[in-house]
Design a protein around this ligand. Structure first.
Ligand code: BTN
Length: 226
């Protein structure tokens, strides 16, 4: 596989870099093709949410991959956490937190039958939390760098992504577990609540249930109780 980030298309403004990258993937773009934007007008998040970032202050990127490993969302989270710093933690499956605040979100979309995946990453490199909509002020975070750091951060992230994608599943999961921000904490999700007990060999979140027993979540969203 070739290096990530080539070819690269940078757009000053677009609706969503994931949408552009999906179009390129469907048109046959090679592994590693990179889409970046200074600004998105319709950035998309997981679970049908929107993703907001002031122009020029966040890394907004999507990368086309011609492989779709099952643990891709976790590999991307590990790479972003590495770039976000030693204190960064991952909230399963792939929110990256610093000081309990979300500094990055990842939207991985794949068409296994068509042989492509798109990994979209929004990383709040130089964002000022007060510039975000008020409803995000309590939860959003930032790396606190300057707009000039967005491009160097992208270059570091491409390297981290390559390294994470080269790991075998066991090594990837070990590194991910070292950043697990949920372990031991009370969580709830659409189907219940319990205490997070780590990540299993398939990348699922294991939860100890209040009445005993365990379950493993393989998709969706969990919320921290406290
Ligand atoms: C989430 O946490 O809900 C995922 C957010 C993903 C946002 C990034 S920004 C770049 C790329 N383009 C998009 O429309 N979404 C992803």
């Amino acid at each position: 596989m070739t290096a990530l980030g080539t070819p690269r298309l940078h757009l000053r403004v677009t609706t969503s870099t994931n949408d552009r990258a999906r179009e390129l993937a469907q048109a046959g773009a090679p592994h590693g093709t990179l889409l970046t934007a200074t600004e998105q007008t319709a950035g998309r998040g997981r679970q049908g949410r929107t993703w907001t970032a002031p122009a020029g202050r966040a890394l907004l990127m999507s990368i086309v991959l011609r492989e779709t490993p099952a643990l891709l969302p976790l590999a991307a989270a590990l790479a972003v956490a590495e770039v976000a710093g030693g204190d960064a933690r991952i909230k399963w499956p792939n929110d990256v937190l610093v000081d309990e605040r979300k500094v990055a979100g990842i939207l991985a979309e794949a068409r296994v039958q068509e042989g492509w995946a798109v990994v979209g990453i929004g990383l709040n490199v130089a964002l000022r939390v007060e510039d975000l909509p008020a409803e995000l002020h309590a939860t959003a975070g930032t790396l606190g760098l300057s707009p000039a750091d967005v491009e160097p951060t992208l270059q570091r992230l491409l390297g981290a992504l390559e390294r994470a994608l080269a790991l075998d599943d066991a090594a990837l999961l070990d590194a991910y577990r070292a950043r697990d921000g949920l372990r031991g904490r009370e969580v709830r999700w659409a189907g219940g609540r319990g205490r997070a007990a780590g990540i299993d060999g398939a990348g699922r979140l294991v939860v100890e249930l209040p009445k005993g027993g365990r379950t493993a979540l393989n998709a969706g969203e969990v919320h921290l109780e406290r």
